[in-house]
Write a protein of this length. Structure first.
Length: 513
């Protein structure tokens, strides 16, 4: 199938098509996707149709019951696009991201032990250690400088922590990036290159029509081949027996844990694919998601600690939040996994507010396998004035769940929905409409249902560990007044200082004694 034209049986209203080639894809890629979806929600209600690229259209769902149905209740009827599955398979191999139904359940079961509480506890010690290495580097830079503060590219350092951590936690391997060494894997990653939003959008449309592009010997495809080969060598050089069988359950890396699964549920090729996903998850995970279709593997130097970058930016322009957070962190000098997870309510609120306001993945796209009927929480008015409490869909229909808009829409969160306000998680009751949204603390950042993010506890533990060390030892201020920081949607939302390919913040030392 080259073009998808499935549309709902129920006649929905929605914005007029701006262009046959782009639909709204180009605007969404170049703008703030959440704001667009929210403004259409105000105009057309919680469910509407949206013209997309190449003459197609998709149904946007902002109704909590309908979302729960698509992601959870009947989740396996709403699958990843076939072209996207094939592209992932071609570039990284066939694993959890490319399988559906019972096969998917088998992969999930084999991978879950890697994300147990005991594993996350072990990984937290790795995250803390990596952040302490960065802390030492920053302290030495500060003592070498003449002034009280230094300006650093936070994105660079968050990438280093994230990469170092996934080396140890994912592969029991030292990628050694904090000390400016470039490992073999690091070199391969560099070759994955970068792209800009407009180019990505153009490739996106081309790939919808010509999925074969993913198989051509283009530089990026060759780079993925190199990544696959390098990862294969890396895993083959690991002592499978030690990693898979003898390492204690609590200290097993993600890959060791799936190598063990190989003996039971996964083939060797499937284990390789999962390992590739983990490493790519760290490097370019967010690029699996954008405006649908098989065009989601265009890497940039975006890592999971995008969250920490946004958080540091928010703290730099909200000094009262930063001070309050530091006061809590100071009470736990060498915070353990348990303390980070359960005893620091303000840190938790800051993390949740960052997940809410800066979701790395802004949308989730699905396609109906069979005709279906999606129930609604609240009736909607159709273009012909009729009111309905469900929408009928045809097999092939595309659905967009606008994660960012659901996390931030004032229709759910109230008039202060766009403000960074951790207190909403502590002092106030969440609005009733928010409590109807399923997902991780009523957020869709990690989506919901059988395909929710398997790495969410890993990501949250890493984020908390990093913040606990950095906020304890350093104070963060904006370069100017914070207005120099832009949201750049490359396929994820990144924080960039004007005129720089990174996030510049002013950093000074905090006396801890
Ligand atoms: C802030 C960090 C993260 C965010 C926002 C995030 C978000 C997501 C989302 C939205 C999905 C659903 C994708 C879909 O079905 O199309 C997903 C799936 C997944 N994530 Fe994450 N993720 C994060 C971190 C991680 C980490 C650290 C790992 C691994 C170490 C990971 C591994 C996975 C895997 C394997 C899946 C596929 C699950 C399945 O299909 O059953 N993620 N993630």
């Amino acid at each position: 199938m080259l073009f998808f034209r499935g549309s709902p049986v129920t006649p929905l209203s929605g914005p007029k098509r701006p262009s046959w080639i782009w639909g709204y894809n180009r605007m969404l890629i170049n703008g703030t996707s959440g704001d667009y979806f929210e403004s259409w929600q105000k105009e057309f209600g919680d469910v509407y149709r949206l013209p997309t690229a190449a003459g197609a259209e998709r149904t946007v769902i902002m109704d909590s019951r309908a979302i729960a149905y698509v992601l959870n209740t009947n989740g396996y009827n709403f699958t990843r696009y076939e072209g996207e599955r094939n592209t992932i398979k071609r570039l990284l191999g066939g694993g959890i991201l490319t399988v559906e139904g019972n096969d998917h359940k088998r992969h999930r079961k084999a991978m879950s032990p890697g994300f147990s509480i005991a594993s996350i506890r072990f990984f937290t010690s790795i995250f803390l250690e990596a952040t302490h290495k960065v802390k030492e580097r920053w302290l030495s830079k500060l003592s070498d400088s003449k002034g009280n503060d230094i300006v650093l590219d936070v994105e660079h350092w968050m990438n280093a922590i994230s990469f170092e951590s996934i080396g140890e936690a994912g592969f029991s391997h030292d990628f050694d990036c904090i000390n400016d060494e470039v490992s073999v894997v690091g070199q391969v990653f560099s070759s994955l290159g970068a792209t800009n939003g407009t180019l990505t959008a153009a490739i996106a449309v081309a790939l919808q029509a010509f999925p074969i592009i993913a198989s051509l010997p283009l530089a990026r495809n060759v780079a993925f081949d190199n990544l696959r080969n390098t990862m294969r060598d890396l895993i083959n050089t690991m002592d499978r027996k030690t990693l898979g069988n003898d390492a204690s359950d609590e200290r097993r890396s993600l890959v060791a844990s799936i190598i063990k699964a190989e003996n039971r549920n996964l083939s060797q090729e499937e284990v390789m694919a999962e390992a590739n996903y983990y490493v790519v998850t760290c490097r370019i995970r967010d690029h699996f998601y954008d405006y649908g279709g098989p065009f989601r593997l265009y890497p940039e130097s975006v890592l999971k600690l995008t969250l920490a970058q946004w958080c540091l930016h928010e703290l730099s322009i909200n000094p009262h939040v930063q001070d309050k957070l530091r006061r809590e962190i100071m009470m736990f000098p060498d915070a353990t996994h348990e303390q980070l997870a359960t005893q620091m309510p303000y840190l938790n609120a800051v993390v949740q507010e960052t997940l809410r306001t800066h979701p790395a993945v802004v949308e989730n796209h699905r396609q109906a396998m069979k005709d279906d009927s999606i129930p609604l929480q609240r009736p909607i008015k159709l273009a012909n004035g009729q009111s309905v409490d469900h929408i009928d869909v045809r097999a092939g229909m595309g659905v967009i769940i606008p994660i960012e808009a659901m996390n931030k829409s004032s229709a759910f969160w109230g008039p202060d929905s766009h403000e960074f306000k951790p207190e909403r998680w502590l002092d106030e009751e969440l609005p009733k409409k928010v409590t109807e949204i399923q997902g991780f603390h009523h957020l869709l950042t990690f989506i919901d249902g059988p395909r929710n993010c398997i790495g969410k506890n890993f990501a949250v533990a890493e984020f908390k560990a990093v913040m606990s060390v950095l906020i304890r030892h350093f104070s963060f201020a904006p370069l100017t007044d914070g207005s120099d920081v832009r949201r750049v949607l490359t396929l994820v939302q990144r924080a960039k200082s004007k005129g720089h390919d990174g996030l510049l913040l002013r950093i000074s030392r905090v006396e801890t004694e």
